[in-house]
Design a protein around this ligand. Structure first.
Ligand code: GDP
Length: 211
């Protein structure tokens, strides 16, 4: 782990605050800036968060049975709150469970006054799913700043990786400058992602900015 002075996101402390289980359920007081992480199940979100913060505790909490369907909140460095959104679109669960994430995630995104942005994860190898597109459309409509991260880049050859970094933003009509390639195995993209998060945190809430 890179924890030197040049690291834009040195993690000094990480505290689990609790989970939000329903759209009007408990959530932490919105005092600190928040950054949300979203993606379909198995996209590599736990692995990315582990790499980003260098703490196994985070993935351990978020993967605890009963917590996988909740939004899990972590306070980082007493400076910001990381909101780990439930993975969506897992095929082997009931249709009811498959759509349960929508009101929870959308309600949270719509009503969180301190939210600075969302990090949306996509598997670099696959085409974005219908659920991915719906989520991206939803955050675009809200005007929420978005970073798109392509995960598992180590599974691609270098030319293929370069090609996906162009093709996916073109397909989704997002600015390629918003897209970061990432590998939890090699650590590639970790510092770029940390820097992009720092930039989002330095900005005023998008709600205030658009008010
Ligand atoms: P989550 O369900 O989104 O939290 O996904 P996980 O982090 O649990 O990862 C799902 C699977 O993909 C696991 O088998 C991981 O080992 C694997 N995985 C995640 N990130 C990477 C990566 O960057 N490279 C490779 N090769 N495998 C990864």
């Amino acid at each position: 782990m890179c924890a030197d002075a040049s690291d834009p996101l040195v993690i000094r402390s990480l505290e689990f605050l609790g989970g939000m289980a329903s759209p009007d359920g408990w959530r932490p007081e919105p005092q600190l800036p928040e950054i949300a992480f979203a993606g379909r199940s198995n996209v590599g979100k736990s692995s990315l968060l582990n790499r980003l913060v260098g703490r196994k505790k985070l993935a351990r909490v978020s993967n605890t049975p009963g917590r996988t369907r909740e939004i899990n909140f972590f306070k980082v460095n007493d400076a910001f709150v990381l909101a780990d959104l439930p993975g969506y679109g897992y095929a082997r669960i009931s249709k009811e469970q498959r759509t349960a994430w929508k009101p929870l995630i959308e309600g949270y995104l719509r009503r969180s006054s301190q939210l600075r942005g969302i990090v949306h994860l996509l598997d670099a190898r696959h085409e974005p799913t219908i659920d991915d597109r719906r989520m991206l459309d939803f955050v675009a409509e809200l005007g929420l700043p978005t970073i798109v991260v392509l995960t598992k880049m180590d599974k691609l050859t270098t030319p293929r990786a370069a090609q996906r970094l162009i093709a996916i933003p073109a397909d989704l009509e997002v600015d390629p400058a918003q897209v970061i390639g990432f590998s939890a195995v090699t650590g590639a993209g970790r510092d770029d992602l940390a820097a992009a998060i720092e930039t989002l945190l330095a900005q005023p809430s998008w709600k205030e900015a658009t008010a």
